[in-house]
Design a protein around this ligand. Structure first.
Ligand code: ADP
Ligand code: MG
Length: 283
């Protein structure tokens, strides 16, 4: 394509609040066949609501919340910020020995106790399975399972139309890639009109990368859209990585080929439309 057309396409993108880092990205967007999405914070709203706090017997409910929120205060995961925001500031205690395991959870010392928050398999691998029926984090205090906190993860108002329009724009395949449980993933995919066969749930970060790498040639280029630091590796693995979110300079944007600067998933449609238009006038 003529460089001048690509430059003009990139400036058109920026007028639509989409920062595209290089010309070839426009070309790949114009003929993309697979659109992969992270679920939490990307297909769903960038904030979750705490719905239930379920302590084990003998554990105080407020203490469970305070300890979990305290360990989460420095994590950039959307679950973490949602939990911290719904906890009284005065209840948040300092945390030391902090360690985050991407896509699994966080460990730290709070009030002299060792706190683990995250997936059940991370927090208490020997514990019997719990069907929380919602997005959830599990908590262990000093190595002992202490309860869990559930969240309401709501689909974005623009998600279903964005997916429908991508199919009209020529998408052959949509993929939902999530570390969340299958039952939660399917609640969102049904509302978004994403087929069951397009839902990939219970994935660790490295399995998200594999899912993208395994997309066959005839279903490429693959565009991956994600919002979080934990999505950075899958953005890199895709032919085009798009980082979502008004925050701008997150680690996800550094690994991305394009950054959507506003909190609006339908910008993915705009990116494809501008890519197609640019290639039409360039050839
Ligand atoms: P998604 O792919 O849907 O955005 P992630 O892969 O980021 O989800 O996370 C999957 C699961 O891992 C979450 O539902 C949560 O249970 C757990 N998890 C990941 N990071 C954290 C964290 N910082 N705090 C608590 N739980 C976490
Ligand atoms: Mg996410």
């Amino acid at each position: 394509a003529a460089p001048v057309a690509l430059v003009s396409g990139m400036s058109s993108m920026s007028r639509h609040h989409i920062i595209v880092k290089s010309g070839p990205t426009l070309e790949k967007l114009s003929r993309a066949k697979t659109f992969a999405f992270d679920k939490t914070g990307t297909l769903t709203q960038n904030k979750l609501k705490v719905s239930e706090i379920v302590p084990e017997q003998g554990v105080d409910k407020d203490e469970l919340q305070a300890l979990a929120a305290s360990v989460e205060q420095q994590s950039s995961h959307i679950i973490a910020s949602s939990l911290v925001d719904s906890t009284a500031k005065s209840a948040i205690m300092p945390v030391t020995n902090l360690k985050e395991t991407t896509g699994e959870g966080v460990t730290g010392t709070v009030d002299g106790k060792e706190i683990k928050v995250g997936k059940l398999s991370f927090v208490a691998p020997d514990h019997a399975k719990i069907d929380a029926g919602a997005t959830a984090v599990y908590v262990a205090i000093n190595g002992k399972f202490a309860g869990y906190i559930t969240f309401k993860d709501q689909i974005r108002p623009e998600t279903a139309e964005t997916i429908a329009r991508l199919r009209r724009q020529g998408a052959k395949q949509i993929m939902m890639l999530t570390g969340d449980h299958k039952n939660v993933a399917e609640q969102i995919s049904q509302a978004a009109k994403i087929n069951d066969s397009e839902v990939h749930a219970d994935l660790l970060p490295k399995q998200k990368i594999e899912a993208i790498r395994n997309v066959p040639k005839d279903l490429r280029p693959v565009v991956m859209t994600g919002d979080g630091v934990n999505d950075a590796p899958s953005l890199t693995a895709a032919d085009v990585g798009i980082a979502m979110g008004a925050k701008g300079a997150t680690a996800a944007s550094e690994s991305a080929d394009a950054v959507i600067m506003v909190n609006d998933l339908s910008k993915v449609n705009d990116a494809v439309a501008i890519g197609k238009h640019t290639m039409k006038v360039a050839n």
